[in-house]
Design a protein around this ligand. Sequence first.
Ligand code: ZN
Length: 655
Amino acid sequence: MSIIFIANLIVYLACSIFMISQNSIEQVLQVVAIEEIVADYVSLKRSGSRFKGCCPFHEEKTPSFIVSPAIGIYKCFGCQKGGNAIQFLMEIENFSFVESVRTLAQRYGIALIETKIDNPDAYQESQLLRESIQAAVDFAQNFFQEQLHDTEEGKTIGLPYFKERGYTVETVKKWGLGYSPEMWEALAIESKTQGFTNEIMLQAGLLRQRDNATHYDLFRYRVMFPICSVTGKVIGFAGRKMSSTDPSPKYVNSPETDLYKKSDVLYGLYQAKNAVKKSDKVYLTEGYTDVISLHQAGIENVVASSGTALTSGQIKLLKRFTDNVTVVYDGDAAGIKASLRGIDLLLEEGINVRVVPLPTGQDPDSFCQSMGGESFQSYLDKEEETFIFFKAKFLIDETNNDPLRKSDAVREILKSLALIADPLKRSSLSQQLAKICNIEESLLVSELGKLLRIQQSKENQEFVQQVKSLTENAGIDLASQTKPLLNDSFQELAMFRLLLLFADKAYDESQTVFDFIWGECNNDETIAFETPLALKLKNEIIQQGRWPGQQHFINHIDADMAAWSAGVLADVHVLSPAFAQNFIDITTEEMNYGEQVIAMFLHLRRKKIDQLLNSNMELLKEPDANIDDLLLMIEYLNELKKNIAKKLGNAVSRI
Ligand SMILES: [Zn+2]
């Protein structure tokens, strides 16, 4: 071990830096399959000769990230990031160029030709620091493993502990488990003799400093669980205390370092990722020991959030591999309640969330060990429940039929329901939820509508921005390429119809339907009006500086306008309450006006995308067209369109 680390240190600490030859770099790029590299971070789906997925560099729900194996590049049409495999690793892992090339070369077994350069200043200091910290963490990992396997103390205290937990020798090795002895300065002294400075050991989160400037080990008398990045590098540790009289916490974790960012790490993901991809599902548990026990029992698609509440960084990480998350709960109510919020984050990311509650007093580790892997797997399969039903039952149960608490609970449940994007799924869930909560479904639907409208205004703003940056970056002049969108009378009049009927109704807590629609129109230069009637309506709104009101249009001096307005208002009464009652799924217009407004704008979006698609198709015909870029763009636009169709779902619209 010492020889390897001394050799590493020479590279890290010497004044000379090695440079990789251009030939080697080209060889790496030729051999590397970019889709394999990207697939470690992004769940890719094949699409013709390319792959697509959700971009790992920006938040998105519609895949705009495309990988082309033929050209060896990746490209995101949302945030515009793109490049080859080397650049991908630099971007996603914060690697230096050299680190990135080395990682690829190692993976594909390519021997790099490196030449020495004598200008270390060119080498960024921060990179040197990262590499030094990594070397220190690697050193510590080896040290802890040696302490476990090769010392008397490790063999009599560490190994028996793991054995008692039911871990086999293979499991202990597979997870790189270790032991830190009952001494203040075991690692501190050993690291010094190996040439690591105290400064680096501090920055790696392995040592602490006393007031008198001497140093001591952070982990003492603990069994060690190394924590890996998604690429399998050890980046931090968790140590569990061995002494029952030790007043310090049961688990001590590495502090945040340049390598270890707690909120972006899930324990076990490196070991689980292939099984997760294969089963398209991941079990989420709380502890390190849960993950290890389940793996040993043959259930490998399992990770842990390490006791902390789920973060959006961790969810993004999971989403690279699957959209199906099953949370396995320890069976205690306080714990369940605390984790409900975190799970809403999963719903928001479009993940299908299910839960499996365990019997009181059991955790996944103990329960799996007591019944064995196969039985535990069938327990998981059998007891798995859609999260939102679980949450509803749990919260309603807690209210003890107190009406005030019940309405709080219902509001809480609706918040989760509103996070589900698919309207079909939402409506089938709401029927069952109404039963669980024992309230009228119509009440549930109208409350849900309020929440959805608030959400929709946020999304509309995002969409306008997205299309803007998309077209700007692609060099498309939206205003000249697209015709006004409301260019057929039906579409234009549909918008004014909604205004005429519902302008003064609340869209959300801060604005009326008029405020919302008008705001959207002014926000978006591609929405213009062409039919005489619509133009007239628009000009009157501008002149008055507000919504002139229903009566204004019914009593309009312009006979056409008056007739049209009266027609719209008469039409709405065709839907009699009796009719609505017979068709439980059809809520009256009055009730779902918000959804109609939403649907109208979704249709508008779809039209806008259609126009962008057409203009791209036209560009394809040009002799000097960049075919590949255009095809990628067309693919992306089609994806956006599909997503809108999904959102529109069964939302019946008149437009
Ligand atoms: Zn992106």
